[in-house]
Design a protein around this ligand. Sequence first.
Ligand SMILES: [Zn+2]
Length: 456
Amino acid sequence: MLRRAVLVATLLGCTSPHRAADPAQTAMALAPPSPVRIELPASAEGWRGALETDARELETLLDQVLERWPREGTGELRLVVLPSPAAAVAWAERAGLAGDARVPRTHPRARLAVVPMVREDRLMTQRVVPPRTLRETIRHEMAHLLMLDRPGLAEAPRWFHEGLAEAWVGLREISAVDGRSHALGACWESALQDRAQARPAGAVQEVIAAMPIELQYTAWASLVLQCLAVDPGQRPWEAAVAHPSLASFLADRSAAALRAGAEAAPGSPGFLSRLPRPLGRDVDFVAGGRSVLLAAADGETVGLEARAWYGAEALRMRARVGRTGEPLAEILLGPPGAEQVARVRLNGFGGLVAAWESREAPPRRAHVGRLDAGDLDRWRDLDIRLLRREEWGHPDDLGESTHALLLQRSGGSFRALMPLPPGVEPRPDAPWLLEFRVRHGVFEVVGESPLIAALR
Ligand SMILES: [Zn+2]
């Protein structure tokens, strides 16, 4: 995402996009050309239609919102998606590109953006669109490219460029942070609220600079949108001084969110609990949706705090892991913030394992098993329900507990009864949190009913 990059003299080792003469391609040829030339790994060619449409929509949008900085000059803009961080590093080295190629980056003078996928796995590439966070990343870099031909923006500071690139990654303004316009909405909102409580009089620029880097982009976007709204001039980034404190910044954006149709203001009670929170990249989900896809690079963990569970309805879902990497996939269920959670792992011990374990540090033994090769890519169904003691035929199985979790697969190939510690059953006033995580691989879950929180 770094924009200050060194000029690239020549680009070597470029790959030609695979082109097939099928009807879909012919139909696409009738659409206006994409303002950005997109190069994809052959396995991900199916994403082309969606990404070229995104590029066209983004260009139209930016023509409206950046009208005050007229476009001058043209020339080819190019965006290259590479199948892994390692592939991106090798490609950038051959092309003589500066900077860490493991992170997405636009090279302005080369009019080129390079975006690595976390891994090349069929569970991702067989879809017609990239996972949501990857698609938002690609749109962010496309926006950088499309802004290159507006010389009036040349003097804007880096935070303003990043905020502009981020502000329309959902193809709508992100100011009404609601988990629909931007995947990371809840995360940045939460960081902002924490800091607002600690230092309400702090300068907004300093507060944002202290946030984790991935949240800073959303924060800059929100600040940029405020600057654009209050200053119609050529240098609205100087309007940042109009927001001396975090408290006034928050008040303005709450009002803006409500005007834009959000049903609850950022910062109001309960606002955050209604938003799903992704951790890391890449994650695919929509608020109120039934499916989750998590894709983690080797050595990384990706997760989603999906929704509250009140225990009244059974959680029915099917899950599968991808063929690449050494996937360690988990479903976590327990009181938010509790030390112990019910952890269901998809690994080599016959498919599923479940136990009460530490939320943050599962025992090492949990990770010794590899998946059976036959279980890779295959859906496994799972049914989780809360039982009262009297609903179970053998009450002694529950010890002293009044409730238990019952986990089972259809056909009886897996069944686990997990008595609850006293007093921790999910209740309407104290719901549990449903979380999904994967390490070193790809994990996909589809529920019979919504798995993800909806803002309603
Ligand atoms: Zn950027």
